[in-house]
Ligand binder design. Structure first.
Ligand SMILES: Cc1ncsc1CCOP(=O)(O)O
Ligand SMILES: C=C1C=NC(C)=NC1=N
Ligand SMILES: [Mg+2]
Length: 216
């Protein structure tokens, strides 16, 4: 996949928005220049069944109108039904090999926490790695051990050249450090979805990321 898509990756669902209405937040973030979007409908307030499918369709069409690829988290069935641009799975979301086969030709992202998991994900056909958590965050309930950006350095030092996005507790003050460590961009939830102005938040994050990418 084109690693430039990972520069500013918004991950979001209903439960991440104060209002519980993610559509206006997505629209505002798209205006601010996010380069990739992941529909991650989890936690309290998350839609299910037809409501989840309807919301996903609405969000996918907003992304399509901005030319931003739409990725579905966890729910491979939904991703296939929607004909989404890709799917993102964790270490506990079923086999990477199976998902790779089911999603041939589309984007397959995998969450990894260390060099071993990164190596396996690459071997099994992942297109990009979501590495984290970089910093402590309350957004994800079952948070893995906080490793910091150094784990990205370790993955790069192991010769893994796959596109990488760092995730977990990232804001505009921290975005540069994550990219300096070897990531191709940052994935965020609250830094944009909880912002007073998601457009401005996205613009500022993208500025911090591109400042480093253009000199490395
Ligand atoms: C989905 C996920 N995976 C590792 S941390 C995290 C949550 C990131 O949310 P935030 O950007 O608000 O810290
Ligand atoms: C857990 C995750 C890790 N990384 C990304 C990009 N998305 C996720 N949902
Ligand atoms: Mg998962």
């Amino acid at each position: 996949m084109n690693k430039e898509l990972l520069k500013l990756y918004l991950v979001m669902g209903s439960s991440n928005c104060g209002s519980g209405e993610p559509l206006p937040v997505l629209e505002s973030a798209l205006k601010g220049g996010i380069t990739l979007f992941q529909f991650r409908e989890k936690g309290n307030g998350a839609r299910s069944g037809q409501g989840k499918i309807k919301l996903a369709h609405e969000m996918m069409s907003r992304c399509r109108s901005y030319g931003v690829p739409f990725i579905v988290n966890d729910d491979v069935e939904l991703a296939l039904t929607l004909e989404a641009d890709g799917v993102h799975i964790g270490q506990d979301d079923g086999s990477i090999i199976e998902t790779r086969k089911r999603f041939a030709g589309k984007v397959l992202g995998v969450s990894v926490h260390n060099v071993q998991e990164a190596h396996d994900a690459m071997k099994f056909g992942a297109d990009y790695l979501g590495v984290g958590p970089m910093y402590f965050t309350n957004t994800k309930s079952d948070l893995h051990e906080v490793k910091g950006p150094d784990v990205i350095k370790d993955i790069r030092a192991a010769g893994i050249t796959l596109p990488i996005v760092g995730i977990g507790g990232i804001d505009k003050e921290r975005a540069g450090i994550v990219v300096e460590s070897g990531a191709d961009g940052v994935a965020v939830i609250s830094a944009i979805s909880q912002a007073q102005c998601p457009t401005a938040a996205a613009r500022e994050l993208l500025y911090e990321v591109e400042k480093i990418l253009h000199i490395t």
